[in-house]
Write a protein that binds this ligand. Structure first.
Ligand code: 5AD
Length: 323
């Protein structure tokens, strides 16, 4: 199947709806191999606070969820976990939290400086901040920032986010790029009212930024949110969006998102033949991990070393090289 070098919104929307996607998957896999090689990058994610001042309607951590027990990890605990991840072989750690004002840029910056005493790349994923705050974290050694645009449709964005605008979200992404961060965005599949054109818009926004990383995952309904009765997003559509992202952004890092694995563990392997080249593993201590419930998931106890080794084996079994 011929795909134009720069497909527009109409082309992307119609591709997403093709009855047979196998040739596009094959093309995405080939592009992945050429641009990213055989490696699958394993990244550690530490979820250090579930306090959040925002009220995103799909997210279990939204400020209105009173059923959730809130936690914050102590800086020492975080530094310890990061060091353990380094010793287990991780070379990237993602520090993620809700938008928690307790963790000021100064506090986060100190933590980053400590963690960077090991030669490990630090990704911060703590939501919207001022340009000055982003600049401070960068100066403290942060290498990457992950803040998904969630949906590129203005109206849909507004209906899901009572606390923010798409305009500001995109402004954050542009600011991060300018500061020299490797910049990650992404979006959800299966949001209410989303169409193939919306997803096409999402993909074009990734290219426009342009993003260095993009996490694309299915929406999963959380029982303590306004969207609790909606169906989960489609796995097939998620894989198609990942494949098209690979074609549009050949060098982009594309994770097999955790939410994809939650829906069906088998799928997670398959996504690596559709363009994905990254996987994240939670290293959050067990007692906190269960409280970081963005969407419902069955989570076992955390064992940083054993789980890293297990994942490496699974990746090797796919004929790929874990790094
Ligand atoms: N289902 C799937 N993904 C979700 N996220 C938040 N809530 C949900 C949900 N209910 C994703 C968002 C956010 C990331 C941390 O998790 O894309 O950026």
């Amino acid at each position: 199947m011929g795909i134009p070098v720069k497909p527009d919104i109409d082309v992307l929307a119609s591709l997403l709806e093709q009855p047979d996607f196998s040739q596009i998957y094959a093309l995405a896999d080939k592009i992945r191999e050429t641009h990213k090689g055989n490696q699958v990058q394993i990244r550690a994610i530490l979820e250090f606070s579930n306090h959040c001042r925002r009220r995103c309607r799909y997210c279990g951590l939204n400020a209105e969820n009173r059923r959730l027990t809130r936690f914050r990890m102590e800086p020492e605990e975080m530094i310890h976990a990061a060091h353990e991840a380094y010793r287990a072989g991780y070379r990237t750690i993602v520090l993620q939290s809700g938008e928690d004002p307790f963790y000021t840029p100064e506090r986060l910056g100190e933590m980053i400086r400590e963690i960077k005493k090991d030669p490990i790349a630090v990704t911060v994923s703590c939501g919207e901040m001022s340009a000055n705050a982003y600049a401070h974290l960068r100066a403290c050694g942060a290498d990457r920032y992950l803040i998904k645009h969630e949906t590129a449709d203005d109206q849909l964005y507004a209906s899901l986010h009572p606390c923010g605008t798409l305009e500001n979200r995109v402004a954050c992404l542009r600011e991060l790029k300018q500061l020299g961060y490797e910049t990650g965005s992404g979006f959800m599949i299966g949001l209410p009212g989303q169409s193939a054109r919306t997803i096409a818009q999402d993909l074009l926004l990734l290219r426009e930024i342009p993003c260095d990383m993009a996490g694309i995952g299915p929406f999963i309904p959380h029982p303590d949110t306004a969207l609790k009765d909606l169906p989960a997003g489609s796995i097939e559509t998620t894989k198609r969006a990942v494949a098209l992202a690979r074609i549009l952004l050949p060098d982009c890092n594309l994770p097999a998102t955790t939410s994809l694995g939650v829906l069906n563990p088998e799928e997670k392997n398959h996504i690596f033949s559709c363009g994905a080249n990254v996987v994240m593993r939670k290293i959050t201590p067990t007692r906190y991990k269960r409280l970081y419930e963005i969407y419902p998931a069955n989570l076992g106890d955390t064992d940083i070393l054993a789980q890293r080794q297990e994942l490496e084996q699974q990746i090797r079994a796919l004929g790929r090289e874990p790094v």
